[in-house]
Design a protein around this ligand. Structure first.
Ligand SMILES: [Zn+2]
Length: 350
């Protein structure tokens, strides 16, 4: 909708619908003046929510984390970062910046009114400022609940990350977020519908983050042998293409490790084999003629982060993984390793 300091900002359509709905309802029950006052107030709250998100965005950019955009909803906003904060301490700063903006607005209102905003207010203007003051305190307070993905949950995760690493910290913060969301829903059912809504918004985000953290954690401290693809069949280099095709039909495992005197020398994937079978050329050639060359074999006990060194930049994309007696246990692609190594580093980053 607009770009502010290079950050795309959009307003969700439901916000405009809410404005129209509230305006129409208040106009039909309480008249034009009340409806206009209400619209101005809703817009003022909207500005406070937007400033909250800009607090996150500016803190992120200053910490070197690029922003991909801000979306504003009727009851809050989302400031999306292009990537995750690199360290726990950075996440604490970025997450704190939003609620800090609301506390600052409340502070300014308090000072400007000489403290008058705390009470109900004896003039119309003061009553409006008082309402805005309390709204900002509620915005700050609600967002500081230690329930991931709320800001308080992110602050908690950032603090835990500096001690336990990203993956363990996220598992904890997201689990606490799940409990908090369920509590919000239960308390809301007895007290206030809005708490139910907040809980329902928090719960799926906490679930998603927990699943992601558990997936990432799988790669921390992993060895190549544990992430290698083991569903490959070893065939002798002299096997013909037709024989390999018959084998491929007979077994659910379709990719081949081509062996020469018990040493892995090449790799033949099912798509590559079947592309050749479908062509008109005879299948009497040995598989080695169409297989891809392999990089140096990688011992299965190698940590995933060290294994990337076995691949030369312009060399083969696939390597055999061998046990300590030199027998092949599977294959691994350079791309798999890069992804696994990134996830492993991410899981333990502080
Ligand atoms: Zn926030």
């Amino acid at each position: 909708m607009a770009t502010v300091r290079g950050i795309p900002v959009s307003v969700h359509a439901s916000f405009l619908l809410l404005m129209l709905f509230l305006g129409w309802r208040t106009f039909s029950t309480s008249g034009l003046r009340t409806a206009l006052i209400q619209q101005v107030f809703v817009l003022a709250v909207f500005v406070c929510v937007a400033l909250h998100e800009f607090g996150h965005a500016i803190a992120a950019i200053r910490s070197g984390v690029p922003m991909s955009g801000i979306t504003l909803y009727p009851f809050g906003g989302v400031a999306r970062m292009a990537r995750r904060p690199p360290q726990g301490a950075v996440e604490v700063v970025i997450a704190s910046a939003g609620p800090a903006v609301n506390l600052a607005i409340a502070g300014v209102l308090f000072v400007v009114s000489g403290g008058g905003v705390v009470g109900p207010g004896d003039s119309f203007g003061l009553r409006m400022l008082s309402l805005l003051f309390w709204t900002n305190l509620i915005l700050a307070g609600f967002n500081l609940l230690p329930a991931f993905p709320l800001d308080g949950g992110r602050i908690l995760r950032g603090l835990l990350t500096t001690r336990f690493g990203w993956a363990r910290a996220t598992v904890w913060a997201a689990s606490i977020g799940q409990v908090a969301a369920v509590l919000l829903i239960l308390i809301g059912l007895m007290q206030d519908f809005w708490l139910v809504l907040a809980g329902l918004l928090v719960l799926p985000a906490a679930n998603a983050e927990l699943r992601y953290a558990l997936a990432v954690r799988q790669f921390a401290n992993r060895l190549v042998g544990e992430v290698a693809r083991t569903e490959v069949v070893a065939v002798d280099a002299t096997t013909t293409i037709t024989e390999a095709a018959d084998l491929s039909v007979a077994t659910p495992i379709a990719d081949f490790l081509v062996m020469d005197r018990r040493r892995p020398v090449a790799y033949l994937s099912a798509p590559r084999l079947w592309a050749r079978v479908r062509s008109d050329e005879p299948g009497t050639q040995p598989v080695i003629a169409i297989a891809e060359p392999l990089a140096d074999s990688i011992p299965s006990e190698t940590p995933v982060e060290d294994a990337i060194a076995f691949f030369r930049p312009d060399g083969p994309e696939i390597a055999a993984v061998v046990d300590n007696r030199g027998n092949s246990v599977g294959v691994i692609a350079r791309g798999d390793l890069i992804r696994a190594a990134q996830l492993a580093r991410h899981a333990t980053s502080r």
